[in-house]
Design a protein around this ligand. Structure first.
Ligand code: SF4
Length: 274
């Protein structure tokens, strides 16, 4: 009976995780396209200026060509590695180095050129979040409850609620008008620290104070990408909030999805709890 339950949970988890990471392809394909375009443009540029460079200094011409080759070698290597990691779900040595190159170099270029190509900011950010999640799932370990932080945005709290949950989320009366009550129960059940941040500064402060090894973050696309690129290499599993009443007001989140991530990284603990 227990094994059937575990299998069912595992199947359910895989399905949710599959849905979570399916949208990664837009970012991955766009980043690859941008890389190819960058290579073509900079190679043409170098070809145009190289006669002048050779006139100035042979050494300068060789140095610039070597630097260009090295730069693209790192990016090509990084994108191949993250493809392998995201599609196989297997961790690879220097995975974090590859991810750093993608986050610091390819993401800003992909984002800006994607907009020029008419792709919406939200679609790119959403896809990047799913790409990040696919990467994180492959490279993370299991964690103890005290090493995990659940970070929520203030807009999850119902606007009619007067309780100051930002000071201490445990003040929540679990009235059911928003998802915070259910999330409080979840954090108590798994003994995970949960905090609500009213902005980036407070989120940074919470992270500096708690020093988590793994973060489950809920946010809108813009805050999510800013946050997870800023705190890298701390692994952040990003869950985008739903906005049935528009941005920043009475937003919602799938508590089930957060539970799924928790059971994934606290598997032993979850099985004990069941
Ligand atoms: S669930 Fe908690 S935070 Fe949400 S409205 Fe009710 S008391 Fe306020």
């Amino acid at each position: 009976m227990l094994s059937i339950l575990v299998q069912e949970l595992s199947l359910e988890r895989n399905l949710i995780m599959a849905v979570d990471t399916d949208k990664k392809n837009l970012f991955l394909h766009l980043a690859t396209l941008m890389l190819v375009l960058m290579m073509i443009i900079t190679t043409l540029l170098w070809w145009f200026v190289s006669p002048r460079l050779h006139e100035i200094s042979e050494f300068l011409a060789k140095l610039s060509l070597t630097a260009l080759r090295l730069f693209y070698l790192i990016l090509i290597f990084s994108i191949i590695l993250v493809y392998i990691i995201c599609y196989t779900g297997k961790n690879i040595l220097i995975a974090r180095f590859a991810m750093r190159a993608i986050i610091r170099i390819l993401y800003p270029i992909t984002f800006n050129l994607g907009i020029l190509f008419g792709i919406s900011r939200d679609a790119i950010r959403e896809s990047f979040t799913h790409f990040n999640n696919a990467f994180i799932r492959a490279v993370i370990n299991k964690y103890d409850p005290e090493e995990i932080l659940i970070l929520l945005p203030h807009c999850l709290q119902n606007t009619a609620c007067r309780i100051r949950v930002t000071v201490d989320v445990r003040n929540c009366a679990a009235c059911g008008r928003c998802d915070i009550g259910e999330l409080c129960e979840l954090s108590k059940k798994y003994n995970i620290h949960m905090a609500i941040a009213t902005g980036g500064t407070l989120a940074r402060k919470i992270i500096v104070e708690r020093r988590p090894k793994f973060i489950i973050a809920v946010a809108c696309g813009r805050d999510m990408v800013e946050g997870l690129t800023e705190v890298f290499p701390i692994p952040v599993y990003g869950i985008l909030n739903r906005q049935p009443e528009g941005p920043c007001i009475n937003t919602r989140v799938s508590v089930e999805k957060i539970k799924t991530v928790l059971t994934d990284i606290l598997q032993e603990h979850a099985e004990e709890t069941r």
